[in-house]
Design a binder for this molecule. Structure first.
Ligand code: IPM
Ligand code: MG
Length: 367
């Protein structure tokens, strides 16, 4: 079977770490019965420079005929002076999520036991590693709610966004949370702000209703402010964390830092309601959770692991190649276990840091 993968490397470290992911993928799938045709296209600031648009029509057409998007990262200081609506992040990533209805964003926050030292939390809080799955709703909420506008003048000038959820939007992400929990430790924390916001009262109601179909799963509701505190106080209480879009944005950054380096975090954005867990190949966008890291871009020292792990998620969720995904993940575990580190992972006692290419070679040797 031959599938097209749209490769959108983007800006900053994106074009440096993307080739690492592709090299690993090519090695791993060589022994499977699937063939991947990697097609590159412009996105983000690079696309603005070339075509004037962060998401050119050509890129969108390529993505439409692909089975998955392997995304790098977009944005950077060069484009920060553009009007907000034209900036790379807003004008490429958000429209892609909406266009493909990628409503489910999986952000696994993992601490590898060998990297527990890299976490800013006290060692006893993260000892033995940590494995949290942030499941973030991605196409609703205040990100996309209408109206979204500015109006008026003078002291009365105002701006507004709308926090809004439809029942079906809450239902589908909640089912995914419970389904995911079944494959893990059967525990879901649902995050909201039901003590203040009407949309969040509704969120809690719908989650509670859906829970009736998943009585084997333990459900706990938690206000977002409390959750942000609990995450650093006692992260091990969490397994699957179900979040509305904006709270998920915030909590996933917090969770990522707990793991020590955002350079280790992959994410999958999935759509196609109903295809979850079936034999179909759900379309997905796979990207590192970190940004373009302009401070280290161009130096060849970026950590490629998040990009490589994103490729592993693509094998798992879109191509249903669980063994191949695991192969990549264990090669990374092994590489870390052998003490190989990029600069971002170096511990207090220092040590030798490998370049982007060097660590990729180590991972490939360990496949
Ligand atoms: C993320 C990012 C995006 C978001 C930005 C870049 C639009 O922060 O994926 O978490 O807010 O969703
Ligand atoms: Mg974010």
């Amino acid at each position: 079977m031959k599938h097209t993968v749209a490769v959108l490397a983007g800006d900053g470290i994106g074009p440096e770490v993307m080739p690492c992911a592709i090299e690993v993928l090519e090695k791993v799938i060589a022994q499977s019965d699937i063939q991947l045709d990697f097609q590159h296209a412009l996105v983000g600031g690079a696309a603005i420079d070339e075509t004037g648009k962060a998401l050119p029509e050509e890129t969108l057409r390529l993505a439409e005929k692909s089975s998955a998007i392997l995304f790098g990262s977009v944005g950077g200081p060069k484009w920060e002076s553009l009007p907000p609506a034209e900036q790379p992040e807003r004008a490429s990533l958000l429209p892609l999520r909406k266009h493909f209805q990628l409503f489910a964003n999986l952000r696994p926050a993992l601490i590898y036991p060998d990297l527990a030292d890299a976490s800013p939390l006290r060692p006893d809080l993260v000892e033995g590693g940590l494995d949290i799955l942030i499941l973030r709703e991605l196409t609703g909420d205040v990100y996309f709610g209408e109206p979204k506008l500015r109006r008026g003048t003078g002291a009365e000038e105002e701006a507004l966004d709308t926090m809004i959820y439809k029942r079906y939007e809450i239902e589908r992400i909640t089912r995914l949370a419970f389904e995911s929990a079944r494959l893990r430790s059967k525990k879901v924390h649902s995050i909201d702000k039901a003590n203040v916001l009407t949309s969040m009262v509704f969120w809690r109601e719908v989650v509670t209703e859906i829970h009736k179909d998943y009585k084997d799963i333990e459900l706990q509701h938690m206000y977002v402010d409390n959750a942000s505190m609990q995450l650093i106080k006692w992260p091990k209480q969490f397994d699957v964390v179900l979040c509305p879009n904006m709270f998920g944005d915030i909590l996933s950054d917090e969770a990522s830092q707990i793991t020590g380096s955002i350079g280790m975090l992959a994410s999958a954005s999935l759509g196609a309601p109903g295809s979850w867990g079936s034999n179909e190949h759900p379309f997905g966008l796979y990207e590192p959770a970190g940004g373009t890291a302009p401070d280290i871009a161009g130096k060849g020292i970026a950590n490629p692991i998040a990009q490589i792990l994103s490729a592993a998620l693509m094998l798992r969720y879109t191509f249903k190649l669980e063994n191949e995904a695991k192969k990549i993940e264990s090669a990374i575990r092994k590489t870390i276990g052998q003490g190989h580190r990029t600069g971002d992972l170096l511990q207090k006692d220092g040590g030798k840091s490998l370049s982007t290419k060097e660590i990729t070679q180590k991972i490939i040797e360990n496949l």
